[in-house]
Design a binder for this molecule. Structure first.
Ligand SMILES: [Zn+2]
Length: 157
């Protein structure tokens, strides 16, 4: 979490310097590089409805109960789309800066997640996860899946 926050600030700052708008760079950097993790919250609400329990959320129970990993915001597919629209709106300075900064900071976030979570690059492809039916059994390494099962048992799920 802290790593993502610092990386988001730093990459947003760099993008802001490049596009000569520091405030915008940092704000958009925090969205692309940090708030991208809000899809975990989205996944929680889809499993539990609007009964928010912070400790359930922090335990990641939503993933344990559904046995699925959607992670809608975590997808390489958005990067070329953002770059394309950044190019398309290249005459609109602010919009261009927003789109390129999202692509840049989002990519850094996904790379960092690959390293932290020790998953291959393809893990953060939405189409790849869809091809595996978003199933944790298919997406996680056997070892990580066993840890998940053990945690489920411990929590009585
Ligand atoms: Zn993430």
């Amino acid at each position: 979490m802290a790593i993502h926050f610092i990386m988001a600030l730093l990459s947003g700052y760099l993008a802001g310097k490049y596009f000569k708008n520091l405030t915008l760079g940092i704000l958009v950097g925090l969205c692309g590089g940090f708030l991208i993790d809000l899809d975990h919250v989205l996944e929680y609400f889809l499993v539990y409805g609007f009964h928010f329990n912070p400790s359930y959320f922090l335990q990641g129970r939503q993933f344990l109960i559904s046995d699925q990993l959607h992670l809608w915001f975590h997808a390489w597919e958005y990067v070329p789309i953002l770059i394309f629209f950044g190019w398309l709106f290249r005459k609109k300075e602010t919009l261009k800066a927003i789109l390129f900064t999202l692509a840049f900071t989002g990519s850094l976030h996904l790379f960092t997640d690959c390293i932290i979570n020790q998953v291959p690059l393809k893990f953060y492809s939405l189409s790849y996860r869809a091809s595996q039916n978003f199933s944790t059994l298919k997406l996680m390494t056997p070892e990580a899946y066993q840890n998940n099962l053990a945690l489920k048992k411990k929590l009585g799920l």
